[in-house]
Ligand binder design. Structure first.
Ligand code: AMP
Length: 428
């Protein structure tokens, strides 16, 4: 039988199957990240994968619109898959206007982008992120930044840096260089820094209307790096109020004990048009691509609700984070494998299994197709902790035989004790 053709055996381009050993690694990361968000008082939100195309396109900006998975349903509605969670959150808040502010929400869910698949770039991936909506306070900026740092730490990333910049400062800088109308195009070009050769960026800047000298000057300016603690001084060069804002942000980051993780990096501009203030990206170890990014977008919520609402947030790319942190797979072996040797031992086997399951153990009962030896071999291979044998002899004696697969020892345990639900076969 030929079965599926080769290309149909693999998931659709840019998508990945998540088999159990990968799933449990993902779940562990999900638990770690959710715990941090919950500890900071954030609450989880989930929304449909499918949105009105118009809702998605309103925020997207030119580059992202092309990346939207777009389709019509059978009723002819124009729809799309969400490409991030900021848009669905903004949509939800547009009809929940009375949600007490500030709103602290987080998510861990799938998003879709019709990107060109390559290393670290998929068409279906998970994002974990937070949205802090309804506060303009520098403390809000610091809270979200600290939360990003703690999120990375929660999954065991020790070596990371969060690079930050400010769109308002960039505006001043571009104005001082005489860059006017093509601002968005310029920022989009700068966002490619490090992803494409500098020559290509210079070319993009020229296309955006900058002369050669201005483009070179801009490239030199954005090469600047400073420790995060110098952000207040640095940004006050562009605007005194901005300097003041960053001195409060820095103070708060210090209170969170994460200030040393931050770096001012003027090449961080973020591709999207809607950022209005702080922008940042996180890098982990040697991993070249950003594992996460975010910023302040004080005009975005208004696009949906009609009500001006300051907000900021971040999104971490979960697959990238896992790769950077070296979290690839996690086994979830069975606690018990129950092997009834004879037909009349099956009922007792099920009884034992149920008692153990009631105590929270993960238990499989043999289906009667493997010999004892085959079942033992498989149990050893898949990491089963205890192999339980119930044969005629055991039934007669009113016991079960439990083989500790790690210690390679066998013990007899009374059936009544097992029926009562064992915490461990060794418990008295
Ligand atoms: P963005 O808001 O576009 O910067 O996305 C936030 C994070 O999601 C990025 O820092 C990446 O870690 C991750 N990400 C973005 N696009 C992709 C993709 N196509 N595949 C995998 N991860 C992605």
């Amino acid at each position: 039988m030929p079965g599926l053709e080769d290309q149909l055996r693999r998931p659709v381009r840019g998508m990945r199957d998540i088999t159990p050993e990968q799933y449990y690694a993902l779940k562990k990361v999900e638990e770690g990240l959710s715990k941090v968000a919950e500890a900071f008082g954030y609450r989880r939100i989930e929304t449909p994968a499918v949105e009105h195309f118009e809702v998605l396109a309103r925020k997207a900006g030119r580059e992202i619109v092309d990346e939207i998975y777009y389709f019509r349903d059978k009723a002819g509605r124009e729809l799309g898959l969400r490409f991030d969670m900021t848009v669905p959150v903004a949509r939800v808040l547009s009809y929940r206007l009375d949600e007490p502010k500030p709103v602290r929400w987080y998510y861990f869910t799938k998003v879709w982008r019709y990107d060109e698949p390559q290393h670290g770039r998929y068409r279906e991936f998970h994002q974990f992120g937070v949205e802090l909506v309804g506060s303009d306070s520098p403390r809000a900026d610091a809270e979200v930044l600290a939360l990003m740092a703690k999120s990375l730490e929660a999954v065991g990333v020790r070596d990371y840096v969060i690079k930050l910049n400010d769109r308002a400062a960039m505006d001043r800088m571009l104005a001082s260089l005489g860059v006017g109308g093509s601002r968005e195009e310029v920022l989009r070009a700068l966002d490619k820094r490090g992803k494409v050769p500098d020559g290509e960026i210079l070319e993009m800047l020229r296309r955006a209307g900058l002369d050669g000298a201005t483009a070179e000057a801009l490239m030199a300016l954005i090469s600047e790096r400073r420790p995060g603690s110098e952000a207040p001084d640095f940004f006050s060069k562009y605007d005194r109020d901005l300097g003041e804002r960053y001195s409060r942000i820095v103070k708060a980051l210090d209170a969170y004990g994460v200030l040393g993780r931050f770096e001012v990096d003027l090449s961080i501009v973020r591709g999207l048009d809607y950022y209005t203030g702080l922008v940042f990206e996180a890098y982990a170890g040697e991993y070249r691509l950003a594992v996460g990014g975010g910023g302040r977008y004080d005009n975005l919520i208004e696009l949906y609700s009609g009500v001006k609402t300051p907000a900021l947030g971040f999104a971490i790319g979960v697959e990238r984070l896992m790769e950077a942190a070296g979290i690839i797979r996690a086994e979830r072996p069975l606690d018990y494998y129950i092997y009834p040797v004879t037909e009349d031992a099956f009922k007792t086997a099920v009884e034992v299994a149920e008692a153990l399951r009631d105590k929270g153990a993960s238990v499989a009962v043999d289906l009667g197709e493997l010999t004892l030896r085959e079942a033992l071999e498989r149990a050893a291979k898949t990491g089963v902790a205890y192999f339980v044998i119930i044969g005629r002899k055991e039934l007669e004696k009113g016991v079960v035989r439990i083989r500790d697969m790690r210690k390679r020892v066998e013990l007899e345990v009374e059936l009544d004790r097992v029926r009562g639900g064992l915490a461990s076969p060794y418990a008295p």
